[in-house]
Ligand binder design. Structure first.
Ligand SMILES: [Zn+2]
Length: 331
């Protein structure tokens, strides 16, 4: 199995974070046992974590137990640094990418990494995405938005055109969820707003007509099965047919663009995976566990293997073959 969606968080010291942004740069506080800790923002705990996130030996032991041959890791989104001015964010991104390379280096056949970039500045972002590929990255991870810029913004489209031209695979992760203070409890931002953020990213590309300008060669994959995209695509098509303001920038039926996009398989429900594979195509869904976080798939591959409607060949594609083709990995 190949897992295309997992996160790392390196040992960033408090001093290293404070030098960048005392309140918003994340750092890692590790407990005395070395196995548990907290991601910190300033003096405040952000999220309890454990050693697979920063210790790749521990990660690979987990991969062995789960039967995962290769896992692709990327930054935990709190590391993006999109709120800072571009040069500072670009320097941070380079350092985080060096830490990603170092995390994977002891296990080159088991762990590969996606870069992060300072999306604030397209020339800086494209330069780092290209540098990282030479340094061993297999693609680039971006957030589904950069402050107020969604994926249809000309800067984002320019970045994606660059990635298409240079054959750099792109993984889009939702983050910085839309809330106005009403979603405070029960992880509502992760359960309601996060799937909507992903859908917003996908629809921004489709309804803006950006996919008419971006080369068809672009390989772009969205996390969490595309969030609420597949389930509400019929609503979008209906709106496109009956409202010219939905149609004005998007020349083709919105659902016809789904086959330009990929998603991971992290939907946790056989019926949802059936719909997703029908909307995206069985060749455009890839195993993604969101490890090592609790909202990820705890028995990697179990959902796909439980879906008999995929057939053996469909299951093999989602668990392995599609990721090899998407990231250009040797069979
Ligand atoms: Zn994730």
């Amino acid at each position: 199995m190949i897992d295309i969606h997992s996160h790392f968080f390196p040992r960033i010291s408090q001093a290293e974070a404070r030098a960048v942004d005392a309140e918003r740069a994340p750092w890692l506080a590790v407990d005395a046992d070395g196995k548990s800790g907290q991601i910190m923002l300033g003096d405040k705990p952000f999220r309890p974590v454990h050693d697979e996130l920063w210790d790749s030996d521990a990660r690979v032991r987990g991969l062995d137990a789960a039967g995962i041959a290769l896992q692709i890791v990327c930054a935990t989104p709190v590391m993006f640094g999109y709120a800072w001015e571009a040069p500072r964010a670009a320097d941070w991104a380079t350092r985080m990418n060096e830490k990603a390379a170092a995390y994977c280096a002891p296990h080159p056949t088991r762990l590969r990494w996606l870069s992060q970039v300072a999306l604030q500045d397209v020339p800086l972002a494209t330069a780092e995405a290209a540098r990282a590929m030479k340094a061993g990255a297999v693609g680039v991870q971006i957030g589904n938005h950069m402050e107020k810029k969604d994926l249809d913004h000309p800067d984002m489209v320019d970045f994606l055109i660059f990635c298409a031209d240079k054959a750099i695979p792109v993984f889009v992760h939702p983050w910085d969820m839309m809330t106005d203070g009403r979603m405070k409890q029960w992880m509502m931002p992760w359960l309601v707003a996060m799937p909507a953020e992903t859908q917003l990213g996908m629809l921004s590309l489709i309804l803006s007509g950006a996919l008419e300008r971006i080369p068809k060669s672009l390989k772009i994959c969205f996390a969490h099965g595309g969030g609420s995209f597949a389930y509400t695509l019929g609503r979008v098509d209906n709106a496109w047919k009956h409202r010219d303001i939905v149609r004005q920038d998007c020349p083709e039926l919105p659902s016809s663009y789904a086959r330009r996009l990929y998603t991971d398989s992290a939907v946790f429900d056989p019926g949802a995976l059936k719909l997703l594979t029908e909307v995206m195509g069985v060749d455009r869904v890839m195993l993604g566990t969101d490890a090592p976080f609790p909202l990820g798939e705890q028995q990697p591959g179990s959902l796909v293997r439980a879906c008999d409607f995929l057939g053996a060949e469909g299951q093999r594609r989602i668990l392995d073959g599609n990721a090899r083709a998407f990231f250009g990995l040797a069979a």
